[in-house]
Design a protein. Structure first.
Length: 545
């Protein structure tokens, strides 16, 4: 059949051009290392992206080549987010918090050719320099525009390269299926695996993110991404922001609660993204350092389960809704969003929190199903549990150069997420656990996520992690690790915790007295999630000794 509509390619170039044509006056703000704020407009940003494309061309970057970043959230990083893909090359965001051997493994696996790195992160690259065999050029990004002393070689400085180039004359024609970007999973449950995003996937994902019932990103927003630009496309927020012409405020290097809150207040931030750990810290900070954060109207939170108690605190203290998202690197990353449906607006608070505590409904474009161990689809009854599988235009169909991981993709075209979940009668998905974190006790499952959520609702508990320990009689038993709020450590005895959990769980599910530990902090992964591998390991080591 003849095609009925124009054969228009969905590429990031279209998003970039529109920002310059429609919103040239809208601002992009970055907190620099010295604490001052840098501002420029989308119009200026566009001109610099064109120059950066010419820089890349002069460096010999060809379509499909991997160009990496090793950087915090800032406007130069956004320039790379567009210049690299719009030239037909692939933007590979390296995670700045990885261990040296993971970093060199990933850079080599992706065959990165050029790395654009922040000057304050150079020592990490210097450490693994000899292992970065495919890298033929380093480019340092420094606010002063000068090249700091470094052993990296060959090395150039970003601003000088830009200053020496004219804008690229024309955008290359790109196919929407061409690779635009790539990212490796953060390795919470194993070796990092690479995911390559097409232009089409990023384009469609951006449109989805802007939908009112998804992230509702719009021109009027002032967006502060507290999720990292080096992880999972920063949840797709930068591309969606440029698509809509939203103002962006980048937190720059090493932001702490004080700086983040300062930016929210000064720039009147409306939209913020972050993992629960960050919001928890921010809330604690605000308790002792009251500031005006009334501009906030939309907080999106995910990456790990969002405790209901956290949502409640923000509702009650600041009148701002935390919307829970579930996503994965493999999904660009948006998969589900927990927005109440219209009729639920009439519900009582407890019922509403029960729904918002779930991971939510599939976003438009993503289909989900739950499979049992035999691969049989499970009913959406809120009880039948199984592995969550997804498909859609921004779901990976394979891991990059990793045949060993083929089992993650079913023959009939679904991605197996490795998450264990239920779907309820209102189509709200709830994560019970990651397959590897589920606790199997006496043949029955205990959801660590649910128990953590319950513990974190205790007024004396800041954070809680529940992991399995081996048990001779029951195979596995839950162990609870709790971080007290300041000064509450002594109150969190085994008796108190046991009795508290008994109010929410069946007796056989509740950790035995003796299986509670009060700790200073839950170990975290490179993107701020609870690192339960470490807790399990620590338990085994303590038992052995
Ligand atoms: P990694 O697997 O290395 O952590 P990702 O950042 O891609 O890398 O994490 C995706 C995983 O994070 C999901 O498979 C899921 O287990 C977890 N996750 C993401 N969002 C949520 C959420 N709202 N609630 C519970 N778990 C979540």
């Amino acid at each position: 059949m003849d095609s009925l509509m124009m054969d228009y390619q969905l590429t990031l170039t279209g998003i970039l051009r529109r920002a310059k044509e429609v919103y040239p006056e809208r601002e992009l703000v970055t907190r620099l290392e010295d604490g001052s704020l840098h501002r420029y407009t989308y119009g200026e940003f566009y001109q610099r992206v064109l120059k950066l494309m010419q820089v890349l061309r002069a460096q010999g970057v060809k379509p499909g080549d991997r160009v990496a970043t090793f950087a915090w959230n800032h406007a130069r990083h956004l320039e790379l987010y567009f210049a690299v893909p719009c030239l037909g090359a692939v933007l590979h965001t390296l995670n700045i918090r990885l261990f040296p051997d993971q970093l060199s493994y990933i850079a080599e696996h992706a065959e990165d050719q050029i790395i654009f790195a922040d000057s304050n992160l150079l020592s990490q690259l210097e450490e693994v320099q000899d292992e970065l065999k495919t890298v033929r050029q380093f480019v340092v990004m420094d606010d002063s525009g000068t090249l700091p002393e470094t052993t990296l070689s060959p090395v150039a400085e970003y601003e000088s390269l830009l200053a020496a180039q004219e804008a690229v004359e024309a955008f290359p024609d790109l196919n929407e299926q061409a690779p635009a970007a790539m990212c490796y999973t953060s390795g919470t449950t194993g070796n990092p695996k690479g995911v390559v995003y097409s232009h089409r996937a990023l384009y469609l994902h951006s449109m989805c993110a802007c939908m009112n019932d998804v992230l509702a990103i719009k021109e009027a927003d002032v967006i502060l991404p507290m999720t990292s630009m080096f992880h999972a496309n920063c949840w797709g927020i930068p591309y969606a922001a440029v698509m809509t012409g939203a103002k962006m405020v980048f937190p720059g290097p090493n932001p702490h609660s004080a700086e983040l809150v300062d930016l929210i207040e000064r720039e009147k931030v409306t939209f913020c993204s972050g993992v629960p750990t960050i919001w928890n810290m921010l809330y604690q900070y605000l308790q002792t350092n009251p500031r005006n954060v009334s501009s906030l109207s939309n907080i999106v939170c995910g990456g790990s389960a969002v405790p209901k108690s956290l949502m409640q605190k923000f509702d009650e203290t600041y009148g701002v809704t935390i919307t829970q998202l579930w996503g994965m690197t493999e999904l660009t990353p948006l998969g589900t969003v927990s927005q109440l449906k219209n009729d639920m607006m009439e519900w009582g608070a407890d019922e509403q929190y029960a729904m918002r505590g779930k991971q939510g409904v599939p976003v438009p474009g993503v289909e989900v199903r739950i499979l049992d161990n035999d691969g049989k689809p499970q009913p959406w009854d809120g009880e039948s549990i199984g592995e969550l599988c997804v498909r859609g235009p921004w779901v990976a169909s394979a891991y990059y150069n990793n045949p060993a991981s083929a089992a993650s993709f079913t023959e009939d075209g679904w991605f197996r997420t490795g998450d264990v979940a239920t779907m309820d009668t209102r189509s709200f998905m709830q994560i019970a656990d990651r397959t590897k974190d589920l606790i199997k006790s006496g043949g029955e499952w205990i959801s660590s996520v649910e128990m953590e959520n319950a513990l974190m609702a205790h007024p004396d508990i800041l954070e809680a992690a529940v992991v399995a320990r081996p048990d001779d009689q029951w195979d596995e038993r839950p162990m609870a690790y709790v971080v007290p709020v300041e000064g509450a450590g002594d109150r969190l005895t085994d008796e108190v915790l046991y009795d508290f959990l008994l109010e929410h769980f069946a007796k056989w599910q509740v950790p035995y007295k003796g299986d509670y530990r009060v700790i200073d902090a839950v170990p975290k992964t490179s993107v701020g999630k609870f690192d339960k591998k470490v807790l399990r390991q620590q338990y085994l080591e303590s038992r052995a000794s």
